[in-house]
Design a binder for this molecule. Sequence first.
Ligand code: ADP
Length: 275
Amino acid sequence: RDDLILQFQITLYGDDERLVMARDITRLHRLEQMRRDFVANVSHELRTPLTVLSGYLETYAALTEDMPEEQLPPRWQRGLTQMQEQTTRMQNLVNDLLLLSRLETDHRLEQESRVDVAALLEQVAADTRALSEAGHVVRIETDTHRGLAGIEQELHSALSNLAFNAVRYTPPESTITLRWRPWRDGAALEVEDNGEGIDPVHIPRLTERFYRVDQGRSKATGGTGLGLAIVKHVLLRHDAQLEIVSQPGKGALFRCVFPAARLYLPEAGETPNAM
Ligand code: ADP
């Protein structure tokens, strides 16, 4: 059959003995595909009604902004604000679910190009400063001039997720460092903070969908629970790996390690993003 998928396991016993096992995982594979399609379709279908809802809520909020209390009691006003907040949360969740199901398949958000990493870091740093109302200090360190061959939109998404997490899980006025540096025979994009850190028991599970160290805290800060799963999938598509180094009370370091094969030296006068 064309679609038959077999998984092989070869076990070596002594010098001469081997056991070869073949398992038909076609059904499992199809079920997994159906799950992905279902999540992608539902997320896609939910987008339009949510956009309509949020549009109306925005209009009502604008119309009622200066209304006196007799016309709009504070209880109703609070209800309106709650509806707006929850609609935004649902929109974020649906967008992240859709992005994640695209990343799990071969679907590319855009063509591969030569990404100017320094410019990417500048963009993400500016967005991170804008997000932080608490006055976080966002710094950039670039220790290599190499460019990165990849999908810019996806890399932007991964880096923003890490940087926004650093804002959300650190106290006000903490320092967040975005770094591009040589690492082993390749290079690494790092996001480091000096916040409260993560207990090592949680680290192996952080990239699972909806895994959170503290459910309440994550929801209160507007997280969808999918940020690190998105990072992991973007990196998989770039032959890269995520390393998380953290100790409670000693901040957290998220390191995305890219192999040498993904790096290039920009030539004089080269326009990044042309490949
Ligand atoms: P969420 O939407 O919950 O932030 P993520 O997948 O982005 O989902 O992160 C998973 C969990 O990892 C978070 O709920 C949080 O507990 C922990 N986490 C992520 N980044 C940091 C950080 N910089 N410092 C401390 N904890 C973090």
